[in-house]
Write a protein that binds this ligand. Structure first.
Ligand SMILES: NC(=O)c1ccc[n+]([C@@H]2O[C@H](COP(=O)([O-])OP(=O)(O)OC[C@H]3O[C@@H](n4cnc5c(N)ncnc54)[C@H](O)[C@@H]3O)[C@@H](O)[C@H]2O)c1
Ligand SMILES: [Zn+2]
Length: 350
């Protein structure tokens, strides 16, 4: 089993990565626990805990669903020493995490992420949230888990599209912090798509290490953690413009990374060879590389409504080299619109 430490002083915790590792969960849980999950998540391990089932889909990340779980927690007699266990993708993790963060001012949380996106991203770092009718993730809290158990076996049943969505974030880690990892992804693209769990173990481990490192340096996102937003400025705009229906998060991130790389290139911060290398890997993973059909001007305006926009300034994360990015808050409007225009006009997206 692989272990990755998230070094947050008193809030330290470990990420355990391997196959069939869920028996370890019970050693962690002292006292009562409520397991939050979804019907279609295939878990062979039978846990001796109360279960709260939530419906599938992004709409479950709501205060209404949270309230139902609070009710279950009270009915089950959970107290301040109890645990919430999130078994599922990012939807379950964010919602159950939000409940753990707020129930009795915060109780213990264990994450068992079952999608690639949740394994490499959302289960690590302590961001929890529910959505509001007027915007995504607007109500939330930072609440670190006590442990994260990543069982790679879950990846075997994941729909193809969910694997690709997770790969969007994986590619991001290569760009923001580790060229060697980026090269590893290029060299092993086929095996990754075939879900070779030995290869995926390294992919998940390296992704978690990079996220853990960034989070440890800047838990509450006052500086460095912003680099995790590479590709996300345009991605959030694409997702909002398409009402979160057309693109999986990682797919939007893939297009957004290409946008950020092209903007960097327009500004002379990176070379067109590097942009092409990034586009090539995204294509090899079978992801779309454009958002044809969307309106570039509208997308541009939406970037200013992003939660990450502070005081009307958009902080673009721009790629310089593989493993080296830079935050830039004065990218000229004309350059952003030029690149958005390009990505909105090519290819087909069904
Ligand atoms: N907290 C963070 O830092 C953070 C980071 C990134 C994304 N997120 C959030 O994550 C959410 C998206 O998460 P997601 O992409 O995991 O989607 P998701 O949780 O909706 O899961 C996708 C689908 O896969 C199913 N599923 C899950 N595991 C499965 C398995 N092993 N086998 C078969 N089916 C399985 C789910 O039931 C669901 O239908 C968004 O709400 C996003 O805001 C949070
Ligand atoms: Zn993301």
């Amino acid at each position: 089993m692989i272990e990755v430490l998230v070094d947050l002083g008193a809030k330290n915790y470990k990420i355990f990565i391997g196959e069939n590792i869920l028996s370890g969960v019970e050693n962690f849980v002292t006292g009562k626990a409520l397991l939050v999950t979804q019907k279609n998540i295939p878990c062979e391990k039978i846990f001796p805990y109360e279960v709260a089932l939530i419906p599938d889909g992004e709409t479950s990340k709501s205060l209404q669903e949270a309230e139902k779980i609070f009710t279950r927690a009270i009915e089950c007699g959970l107290d301040r020493k109890s645990f919430v266990i999130a078994l599922g993708g990012g939807v379950v993790g964010d919602l159950a995490g939000f409940v753990a963060a707020t129930f009795m001012r915060g109780i213990n949380l264990i994450q068992i992420p079952t999608t690639l996106l949740a394994q490499v991203d959302s289960s690590v770092g302590g961001k929890t949230a529910v959505n509001h009718a007027l915007g995504k993730n607007l109500i939330g809290a930072f609440h670190q888990p006590r442990a994260v158990f990543i069982d790679l076996k879950f990846l075997e049943t994941l729909p193809e599209r969910e694997i690709k969505s997770g790969l969007g974030e994986v590619v991001k880690y290569g760009v923001i912090s580790d060229e060697k990892f980026f090269t590893y992804l290029e060299d092993n693209a086929e095996k990754i798509l075939q879900r070779d769990l030995k290869i995926l173990a390294h992919v998940v481990k390296r992704s978690c290490e990079i996220k853990a490192e960034v989070v440890a340096a800047d838990e509450k996102e006052s500086g460095l953690r912003r680099i995790l937003n590479f590709g996300h400025t345009m991605a959030h705009a694409i997702e909002e413009e398409t009402a979160y229906k057309k693109f999986r998060h990682g797919e939007a991130v893939a297009v957004g990374m290409i946008a950020a790389a092209q903007i960097s290139c327009e500004l002379g911060k990176t070379s067109s060879e590097k942009v092409l290398r990034l586009e090539r890997l995204i294509k090899r993973f079978g992801m779309v590389t454009n958002c044809a059909g969307l309106d570039a001007d509208k997308l541009y305006n939406v970037t200013f409504r992003d939660k990450k926009t502070v005081g009307g300034v958009v902080n673009w994360v721009l790629m310089k080299n593989f493993g080296e990015v830079e935050i830039c808050n004065d990218v000229p409007e004309a350059i952003v619109k030029k690149v958005f225009g390009r990505l909105c006009s090519i290819g087909n997206w069904e």
